[in-house]
Structures are given as C-alpha cells and as structure tokens.
Design a protein around this ligand. Structure first.
Ligand SMILES: *[C@@H]1O[C@H](CO)[C@@H](O)[C@H](O)[C@H]1NC(C)=O
Ligand SMILES: *[C@@H]1O[C@H](CO)[C@@H](O)[C@H](O)[C@H]1NC(C)=O
Ligand SMILES: *[C@@H]1O[C@H](CO)[C@@H](O)[C@H](O)[C@H]1NC(C)=O
Ligand SMILES: *[C@@H]1O[C@H](CO)[C@@H](O)[C@H](O)[C@H]1NC(C)=O
Ligand SMILES: *[C@@H]1O[C@H](CO)[C@@H](O)[C@H](O)[C@H]1NC(C)=O
Ligand SMILES: *[C@@H]1O[C@H](CO)[C@@H](O)[C@H](O)[C@H]1NC(C)=O
Ligand SMILES: *[C@@H]1O[C@H](CO)[C@@H](O)[C@H](O)[C@H]1NC(C)=O
Ligand SMILES: *[C@@H]1O[C@H](CO)[C@@H](O)[C@H](O)[C@H]1NC(C)=O
Ligand SMILES: *[C@@H]1O[C@H](CO)[C@@H](O)[C@H](O)[C@H]1NC(C)=O
Ligand SMILES: *[C@@H]1O[C@H](CO)[C@@H](O)[C@H](O)[C@H]1NC(C)=O
Ligand SMILES: *[C@@H]1O[C@H](CO)[C@@H](O)[C@H](O)[C@H]1NC(C)=O
Ligand SMILES: *[C@@H]1O[C@H](CO)[C@@H](O)[C@H](O)[C@H]1NC(C)=O
Length: 771
C-alpha cells in the first residue's frame, strides 16, 4: 500500500529552503544522524567522533557502566563514515570516501560485511534509514548536491545460525515510489516514510497503512521513528506531530514548542528544543532522569537509553528513559561530531561548528574534507539558571553562562538577580559553586585530578604559512612566582602562595604523552582526567578543563576560586598541587592516588579490603568530609559522595575527591550538609555489606531498601559481607550498622552530623583493633 501526501501549496519557497538546510542531527530507529543506536535486546550506540577523520566509535548500551573499557569498541573496526542509522540488532552508515552503504551486525562487529546486497554495493547514497529488519537508502553522492533521489530498499534477515544476512526487498519494492525523488527517509517496523523533494510525505511498506497518516498536508524537516509510530518536525510551525500507535507518544506530547531534531526510543520520543537546545521528551519515560541545563546538538535513542552530544564541549551524555538501567552509566570519553559534514554554506539561523573550540591545535576541521562544514541551528536563549553571554554568529552558537556568574544588569533580568545586601553572601555562594564545579568529575575512576588553567591571556600571531601560533603574553618563570608571591602584580594569579606550583603547559603535555588516551583516567562534565609523570618522577593527576568549561567561566572567578581551592588542605582529601594557565588551557594538578577508589576495591577488580582497613577508611573519609563541612570557610558540601569518590593514597588512607556537582543546574540548589551525611550512610552500608549502592541483579536493587529494614529489625548481622573473613568479635560491625542507620534517617533533622559520625567511627576503629 502506498500513501502519497502532497503539500497543498507546493510553491512555498521559504519552507523548501529550510528543508534544504536543516541538518540531520538526531535519530531513533531508522533516522540518520551523527549518532545512532541499534534497537532490540542488544543495543549498540555508534557515533562519528570529533577526530577530524570521521571515525566511528561504538559502545554497548548495557554494559559500559563499569570502568571496563572492553565494552567500548573503537574505530579501528569500522571505516570512516558520513552518517549513521540504526536498525534492530544492526547499524548502517554511508562511507565517507565513496558514499557507499555499509551495514554491520551490532552483535558481531567483526563479521559485519555482507549486510548490503551485492547489487546495491556499488551504488552511492545520500541518505540511509535502517528499520527493524530492512534498510532504505536514497541514491546520490553524499557530499554533492547531485542526488538522483530514487530509493533502494533491502531486507536484513536473521538466519538459522543467528547471524544476519541481506537480500533485495520485495516487501519494500513499490513502483509508485520508484517515480518519486526523496530528500530524507525514516524507517520503522515494516514501513519507511520519505520527504518528497517537491513537497509532501510518502510512506510505504507492509505496515504503512497502520500509521493512520491519511490527513497529513504539510511538510516535515526532521523525522524519527519508533517501531510502530513516527514523529516529525513541521516545516512551518517547527512543532512536533506524530503518527502510528499513539500509546508511545501521546502522553506529554509537547504543544507549542519548536524542535530542531528528534529521537525515538521503544516507548518514548525526545527532541532538542529550538529555543534553548534543551531536551524534552514525551511518551513513557521518567521525567526526573532527563537532563536539565546545558543543551545538545544531536541525540539518539535505543529502546530505553538516550545519548546526546552536548553543545559547547561535544561530550557524550546518556540517560535512561526509566530506571531499569545501571545507575552510573558512563559513555566513552571521546568527543563526538555535533552534526553531519555537508558541502556548501550554512543557511540563515545556522552556525558552522568551529573546531578551534576544542583547543586541539592540530585539529582544524571535524570533517574529512576541508570544504565540508557541520551546520547546526542556533540556540535562541538558554535554559533556566543560564543567561546568553554572546549571541549566535556564522561560526559559533550563542554561549550560555551560569547565572552565578551574572554581574551586571544585562543578564539580571534573565537571571532575576536582585541587588540586595544578600549579594555579598551570594558572592560567597558563587565561589563555593565554582569550587564545586572545579571539583566535579570522573566518577568511578582510579585517579583524580583536577586541572585548570587560569587567566588565559592569549595573543594570536600568524607566521608566513598562515598557521596560527599561540603565545602567552604572561609567561613567567613558575619558580619565581612561587618564591616571590608578593611581587606578582595585582591583576595576575597569586593563589596558594608557597603551596601551589605553577606548571608549564609543555611540561604537563610531556608528562601525559600529549594528553593521549592511554593516559586518561576518566572524565567528568568539566574535563578529562589524565595520569601524569613529572620529570622529577612524581606521579600526579591532571584535570584538563574542556572548551565549554573555559567558555562558561571567566578568569576573575577562576582566580578567586583557585584561592579557595588552595586553602582547602587536609590529609583526608585529595589536595591541589598546582595549576597551569597557558594557551587558553586550564589545568589543575592534584595528588595521585595509587590505590584507586574504594568502589573498585569493594565492587570492582581491585583487592578486597579486610575489616580493619574498611573501618579505617570509613573513619578517615568521615574526617575528610567533616573538614569540608566544619573547617572550610565557607563550608563545602560535597553533594555527590559515593564510594567512587573516596580514593586510597599510597598508605591506603582514604581521601575525598571531587567535591563537586555533576550537573551545573544543581549549582543553585540550597546546599545542606545533611545530604552528605545521608550519602555517606550509603557508603557505610557498602563497606559493611560489600554490595553496590544499586545492583540490578539483586532484589531489592537498592542497598537502602535491602539493608535498612534489616538493621532496624535488629538483624544487622545478615548484611555483613561474607566474602571477607568475619572477625571473632562482630560487635564493631554491628555498631557500624547502627551508625549507618543514624546517618540514613529520612528526616534530616534526625540525622547525626558529620562530626558526630567521625567521632563515632573513630571510637569503633579503636575498638576495632581487637579484630
Ligand atoms: C529479545 O528478548 C526477548 C525476551 O527476552 C525474546 O523473546 C526475543 O526473541 C529477543 N529478541 C531477539 C531479536 O533476540
Ligand atoms: C555484560 O558484561 C558481563 C560481565 O562482564 C557479561 O557476562 C555479559 O555477557 C555482558 N553482556 C552483554 C550484553 O554484553
Ligand atoms: C573507502 O573506504 C573503504 C573502507 O575503508 C575501503 O574498503 C574502500 O576501498 C574505500 N573506497 C575508496 C573508493 O577509496
Ligand atoms: C549528476 O548525476 C547525473 C546522473 O545521475 C550525471 O549524469 C551527472 O553527470 C551528474 N553531475 C555531476 C555534476 O556530477
Ligand atoms: C551462518 O550461515 C550463513 C549461511 O546461511 C553463513 O554464511 C555464515 O557464515 C554462518 N555464520 C556462522 C557464524 O556460522
Ligand atoms: C508489521 O507487519 C508485520 C507483518 O508484515 C507484523 O507481523 C508486525 O506485527 C507488524 N508490526 C507492527 C508494529 O504492527
Ligand atoms: C500500541 O503499543 C502498546 C505499547 O507498546 C501495545 O501494548 C499495543 O498493543 C499497541 N497497539 C497496537 C494497535 O499495536
Ligand atoms: C489512540 O489510538 C486509538 C486507536 O487508534 C484511539 O482509539 C484512541 O482514541 C487514541 N487515543 C488518543 C488519546 O488519541
Ligand atoms: C524516576 O527516577 C527517579 C530517579 O532515579 C526515581 O527516584 C523515581 O522513583 C523514578 N520514578 C518512577 C515512576 O519510576
Ligand atoms: C523500563 O521500561 C521497559 C519497557 O517498558 C520495561 O521492560 C522495564 O521493566 C522498565 N524498567 C523499569 C524499572 O520500569
Ligand atoms: C574559528 O575560531 C577562531 C578563534 O575564535 C577564529 O580565529 C577562526 O577564524 C574561526 N574559524 C572560522 C572558519 O571562522
Ligand atoms: C526561551 O524562549 C522561549 C520562547 O522563545 C520561552 O518559552 C522560554 O521560557 C525561554 N526560556 C528561558 C529559560 O528563558
């Protein structure tokens, strides 16, 4: 059955223009973009990376919650691609060198040739859309405007030995379709829909009649498809319209909101809003899991997981649509392409991505050819808690800056700041927030670091060949700076006199092998973390702020922030050693913690800890937190304390790392220390039971629901970790359980303070010596 819907007014030039320039930056099942996922039991995400080679990186939607990188497949397996589209259990792409179609089994990446029938292998394609068990693609060269626009479709068949094979499709052969010229396609379960070049949408395939699209009279700039429903962004209104089985899209269907791209999961859809590039979802999903705050340039969904490429820093961010997934899901560290590389110029309301944003001197373009650009729609305003600090140009999107940095009237309307006496307090709060931002990062990784480079004072000069060279106007001998802190001019950095060392960028570059992957320890929202070996033999951890962090903060705030950071020193926290502020880079250098995280000792591959170790770690970590709560002015609330943020130093002493937020939109939340106490209570339960805070394989999955009732019923002995030899006297462990219970009171006013905890734990450690 074929349904052809022509636009009523085919000669609306403006919409046609829009249609030509609107990028493909999102995908669900069957739509095409720079990031895509396969559907089904085994979901695989793939994205085009930001290396400039358009290499494809893929990662497992189920298994990458651990630090085990074996679940991440690197680009070597797959050729360079121009665009991606995911089906069920397989993905397809268009090769960047030849525009040929390339499809692979998401289960067996290695045996992946053969998923394009021989007769279609030589063809060049400009667009590809993989459905549940079929693929349709539009002929034409990807990087030229010379599309023929006709469509080839083939079936992907699972054969008896459970491998996939392909064959020409009779289900999707339709004579009428053969007469049409298409611009875009989307494929679902048993149907494909296409945007016709001359206007209108046409759907075909055995299930297309189930879509109920008999009355579409407009054109669409972006389409995405679930298995039995699909949504599009109307060319005229920018609003979303959906068809097919309404149970997957009807609830919370956004009305009156303009979108620039869409993604579809099994029972929900998400879109990137035109105004602030934030994510909005509809259908069946848990709203509290959807990221708020900074926006995205591209997103894609598998059944229950959605991943997006964040604007500004191109970092991957993933979230589950319900809570079935692992609690700590970490996508790969690589930066990803924010859109598809296209020839020609970007149109009105669009900006071309500028690779200089990434601070990689060798990277001039994210595309394989110099004449290609990545065009994305400009954001109009910013999410709540952020104000636009510069507007969109042809080379850069508008920049959103946290309202905590708003200092004048131009942003106070948006930020609703008042000039009251509270401002002074607010300043302190801002500093504290900044501090939290710096500290945030890298959950679950063995090392922690923080890097930062303050005060970029750059001059750009050009040499004869037109190559850009960066010079720092304020290069000084770091030693002098430390020895003579008083002589540093007021405008320059004078933090941590006598404590922090100023590192040279070249020094840190050498020490991290040029910030190479194999030196990466982890990454957080604000940058990557590297292990570094200094020339004097010291091992340190270096945190390198990413482009977005640098852009969203200014140097004066960094100066104040560094001052605070330098004054935070304790034997049970990871202390700052120094920093580097050259060439626009911001690097913070921290103590290296050779024994990794408590999390990895309790739950990962690292040696398990005996009881006296565990008690000491609990006590020392409590002292570190007590210090942050009680002795630092203004107090620092960690807000994300968990076993992966407690590191072990060379003497196996516990150190608190990452005093910080993971999410910038949490910055303005009123902080209180009782939340740290509560989260620390959960850490104590982990120490006591050896169980993860949340373990899907257990019932109940939450350690709280499992342990707390037992402790309250006087059955604390039942939760003690049996994989470690029990001490002769279990009394100290039962006390530990009681202490956890005191920290885990639902009513914050009933909870003990961190000082109480530290005292109680200290007492047990003394008793515990008899273990
Ligand atoms: C997916 O899992 C369901 C239930 O676990 C099973 O019935 C179905 O056959 C699986 N599908 C594939 C494609 O493996
Ligand atoms: C996930 O990881 C576990 C343990 O590493 C492994 O047994 C399991 O097969 C993996 N699952 C998938 C779908 O790869
Ligand atoms: C394009 O790349 C693929 C994979 O790397 C390679 O097999 C093929 O020969 C290349 N084609 C051309 C025309 O260079
Ligand atoms: C465009 O494609 C047509 C046929 O597909 C071909 O004849 C023509 O030479 C192509 N033009 C360019 C500029 O490649
Ligand atoms: C599965 O069978 C097909 C032929 O039906 C064969 O080409 C393929 O190599 C087989 N795969 C495996 C993994 O045995
Ligand atoms: C699509 O059509 C096939 C038959 O071609 C049917 O088995 C399947 O259930 C249909 N899928 C949906 C979602 O209706
Ligand atoms: C629509 O989707 C829901 C949820 O997936 C399913 O239960 C229902 O059977 C579907 N309805 C039709 C008509 O396919
Ligand atoms: C959803 O679709 C069903 C079947 O087509 C229809 O009966 C129902 O009214 C629709 N629900 C809404 C809210 O539109
Ligand atoms: C939504 O997710 C939050 C955070 O994981 C969880 O606390 C809440 O119970 C979930 N809600 C539902 C209805 O599943
Ligand atoms: C998430 O949604 C899927 C599909 O509805 C369901 O199978 C799974 O149980 C859900 N998980 C939770 C925790 O609700
Ligand atoms: C990218 O940004 C840099 C620095 O802001 C600027 O010098 C350069 O001209 C921009 N590139 C393009 C292609 O506009
Ligand atoms: C952004 O603009 C839209 C309309 O243009 C408005 O509805 C929305 O509230 C604005 N958001 C913020 C945070 O100002």
């Amino acid at each position: 059955m074929i349904i052809i819907l022509m636009k009523k007014i085919p000669l609306l030039l403006f919409p046609i223009f829009l249609l030509l320039i609107l990028p493909d930056s999102a995908s669900g099942l069957g739509s095409m973009g720079p990031i895509s996922a396969s559907f089904g039991n085994y979901s695989l995400f793939c994205a085009i990376d930001a290396s400039g080679k358009q290499a494809v990186i893929c990662w497992d939607a189920k298994n990458s919650s651990s630090t085990d990188s074996s679940s991440v497949h690197y680009s070597t397996v797959l050729p360079s691609m121009a665009a991606l589209s995911g089906g069920e259990g397989f993905l397809c792409g268009i090769l960047s060198n030849s525009s040929q179609a390339f499809c692979w089994d998401s289960m067996g990446m290695s045996k992946s040739s053969g998923l394009v029938p021989d007769m279609f292998k030589p063809n060049a394609y400009s667009h590809i859309a993989a459905g549940t068990d079929h693929v349709c693609a539009i002929r034409g060269s990807y990087y030229s405007e010379n599309d023929s626009g006709s469509v080839d479709c083939w079936d992907i068949v699972r054969v008896s030995n459970n491998s996939l094979t392909s064959r020409q499709s009779s289900r999707f052969y339709d004579q009428n379709i053969g007469l049409l010229v298409f611009r875009k396609l989307v494929s679902g379960d048993g149907f494909t829909c296409g945007v016709i070049r001359d206007g209108g949408i046409s759907c075909w395939g055995p299930n297309s009649s189930d879509l109920g699209i008999s009355s579409i009279s407009e054109n669409f700039v972006s389409l995405t498809s679930g298995t039995d429903s699909f949504c599009g962004v109307s060319e005229l209104s920018g609003e979303v319209k959906c068809w097919g089985n309404n149970s997957s899209y009807i609830s919370n269907l956004p009305l009156g909101i303009r979108f620039v791209s869409l993604a579809a999961g099994a029972q929900h859809f998400c879109g990137i809003r035109e105004d602030n590039h934030g994510v909005q979802c509809w259908g069946n999903f848990n709203a509290s899991l959807i990221p708020k705050g900074p926006g995205f340039l591209a997103i894609s969904s598998s059944n229950f997981l959605t991943c997006g490429i964040r604007e500004g820093d191109l970092v991957l961010s993933c979230w589950f649509s319900n809570v079935s997934g692992p609690a700590d899901y970490d996508p790969p560290l690589q930066l990803c392409s924010p859109g598809l590389c296209t020839p020609g110029t970007c149109g009105e309301g669009m900006f071309a991505f500028n690779a200089s944003l990434l601070n990689e001197p060798d990277l001039t373009s994210l595309c394989v050819r110099k004449d290609l650009k990545i065009c994305s729609p400009c954001g109009l305003n910013c999410s709540e808690g952020f104000f636009p600090s510069s507007s969109c140009t042809t080379n850069a999107d508008r920049v959103c800056t946290s309202c905590s940095l708003c200092q004048n009237s131009s942003c106070s309307d948006v930020c609703k700041l008042q000039s009251t006496p509270e401002m002074k307090q607010k300043k302190w709060d801002q500093l504290r927030q900044l501090l939290l931002i710096i500290g945030s990062s890298a959950s679950g990784f063995v090392l922690i670091l923080i890097g930062w480079c303050l005060f970029p004072r750059l001059m750009v000069t050009r040499n004869g060949e037109g190559k850009t060279r960066y010079c720092l106007s304020c290069i000084r001998k770091p030693e002098q700076e430390i020895e003579n802190p008083d002589q540093i001019p007021a405008a320059s950095v004078a933090p941590c006199p006598g404590v922090a060392q100023v590192f040279r960028l070249s020094e840190l570059k050498d020490a991290t092998n040029g910030f190479k992957e194999f030196n990466e320890l982890g990454r957080g929202s604000y940058g990557f973390v590297y292990k570094a070996c200094l020339p004097d033999g010291r091992q340190v951890a270096v945190k390198r702020a990413n482009a977005a962090t640098i852009i969203h903060t200014n140097s004066r705030d960094f100066e104040m922030e560094l001052e605070i950071l330098c004054n935070v020193r304790h034997g049970n926290i990871v202390n700052l050693l120094g920093y580097c502020a050259e060439m626009g880079e911001r690097l913070l250098v921290y103590e290296f913690m050779p024994h990794g995280t408590l999390h990895d000792h309790l739950h990962g591959g690292l040696s398990s800890l005996n009881w006296s170790h565990r008690l000491k770690i609990a006590m020392q970590a409590a002292k570190g937190l007590e210090y942050l709560h009680k002795e630092v002015v203004p107090p620092i609330v960690h807000r994300d304390i968990k076993s992966s943020k407690i590191l072990l130093d060379s003497d196996w002493g516990a150190r608190i790392a990452d005093f910080g937020l993971l999410n910038p939109n949490e910055r303005d939340v009123i902080v209180d220390t009782s939340m740290d106490v509560y989260k620390f209570g959960i850490v104590i339960l982990e120490i006591l039971s050896g169980r993860k805070a949340y373990d899907e394989e257990c019932f109940p999955a939450s350690i709280l629901e499992w342990a707390l009732p037992q402790i309250r019923q006087g059955k604390a002995a039942a939760i003690i970790d049996r994989y470690v030899a029990l001490p002769r006297n279990v009394e100290p462990l039962l006390k530990l359980a009681e202490i956890a219970e005191l920290a885990l009171r639902e009513d914050p006013s009933e909870r003990v303070s961190m000082s109480d905890l530290a005292l109680l734990l200290d007492q047990i450690v003394k008793d515990g010596l008899i273990l």
